[in-house]
Design a protein around this ligand. Structure first.
Ligand SMILES: Cc1cc2nc3c(=O)[nH]c(=O)nc-3n(C[C@H](O)[C@H](O)[C@H](O)COP(=O)(O)O)c2cc1C
Length: 315
């Protein structure tokens, strides 16, 4: 049964769950499977060519008649082409990260595309709301991939009371209990990345999926934190080397050269020592690979149970 809430109405979906856009990990197959499961799938255009993104959008349209989105990394050299493509293809919604989304809001909305920027602070959330975004994602530093400085709990406490458009919460949310907690805090919904890496439809390399299943709570690290561009992934030979250089004060150019291509190396080639397996901190609950339909159904059922249990507390 549908969970009728602001976010489900805005996006035309059944459950208030968005699959986070993931560079090298979320393609048409994953996005369509998530959307067919009643949540909202997203194709990750980060690191990809415009042609690849066009093909994936068109492929997703053949795999689902449900709404799906595209994630745009605003630091990508082809970002303007990707923005034009999304407008021309009339994709249901976009999530925007790694740059200033404000100049793009009107253009997307004029093309009928809903705009959901990802923000790491109160100041940016307020700026994005005043600029007319349809919703926003706040992402805590428990998340896999690029991270800010605040935890998900701190962001929910700080941002949710101040914003009136729907706020989706991300970072360390990988099961129904965490989803219920976010909804109790006042979130409009949740965005999950890591949980959807461990699905049969996700093209993430099997060796990287296996490494995530084996990992436990303390096994992730953030590289680049002292230089203001933290990225969370599993501790391995690459992160050991990077962190050693970072601590020794190595020039940024040297660190960038070491990091270039490491996401792809893990996600596509399956090199889980020289590449970076980007994943969030909820590692103990990331312990099985299942089809998206089962993952979404289990999360929704667990969230419903957790919310029902909370209502039983004698107050
Ligand atoms: C492998 C991976 C790649 C990611 N790539 C992107 C990206 O290209 N753009 C983006 O905005 N967020 C990216 N993210 C963040 C996710 O969209 C999502 O917000 C995050 O995974 C939520 O936290 P969780 O991993 O704890 O679920 C990535 C996350 C992962 C795990």
């Amino acid at each position: 049964m549908k969970m009728k809430m602001k976010l489900t109405e805005l996006l035309g979906i059944q459950y208030p769950i968005i699959q986070g856009g993931m560079a090298w990990a979320s393609d048409a197959t994953l996005a369509a499977a998530v959307s067919n499961a009643g949540a909202a799938g997203i194709i990750g255009s980060g690191g990809r060519t415009t042609e690849w993104t066009r093909e994936e959008i068109r492929r997703a349209k053949t795999l689902t008649d449900k709404p799906f989105g595209v994630n745009v990394m605003l630091m990508a050299p082809n970002k303007d082409e990707i923005v034009d493509l999304i407008c021309a293809e009339k994709v249901a919604f976009v999530t925007l990260g790694a740059g200033n989304p404000v100049p793009y809001i009107d253009k997307f909305q004029a093309a009928g595309v809903k705009v959901i920027p990802v923000v790491p602070s109160v100041k940016l959330a307020q700026r994005i709301e005043s600029a007319g975004a349809d919703a926003l994602v706040i992402e805590g530093m428990e998340a896999g991939g690029h991270v800010g400085t605040q935890t998900t709990m701190a962001l929910m406490s700080n941002v949710l009371p101040l914003i009136t458009i729907p706020v989706v919460v991300a970072g360390g949310i990988s099961d129904g209990r965490a989803m219920a907690a976010a909804l109790l805090m006042g979130a409009a919904g949740v965005q999950m990345g890591s949980r959807f890496l461990l699905t049969t439809e996700c093209p993430f390399h099997p060796a990287a999926k296996e490494r995530i299943i084996k990992a436990t709570d303390t096994d992730s690290v953030v590289t680049g934190y002292s230089r203001n561009h933290g990225v969370r992934g599993l501790k391995n030979a690459f992160t050991d080397r990077y962190l050693e250089l970072e601590r020794s004060g190595a020039p940024q150019g040297e660190l960038d050269a070491l990091a270039t291509g490491t996401n792809r190396l893990a996600a596509i080639d399956g090199d889980v020592e020289a590449g970076l397996v980007q994943v969030g901190q909820s590692l103990n609950v990331l312990n099985n690979i299942a089809p998206c339909r089962d993952v979404v159904a289990a999360i929704v059922q667990e969230a419903r149970q957790a919310l029902a249990n909370a209502c039983k507390i004698e107050l």
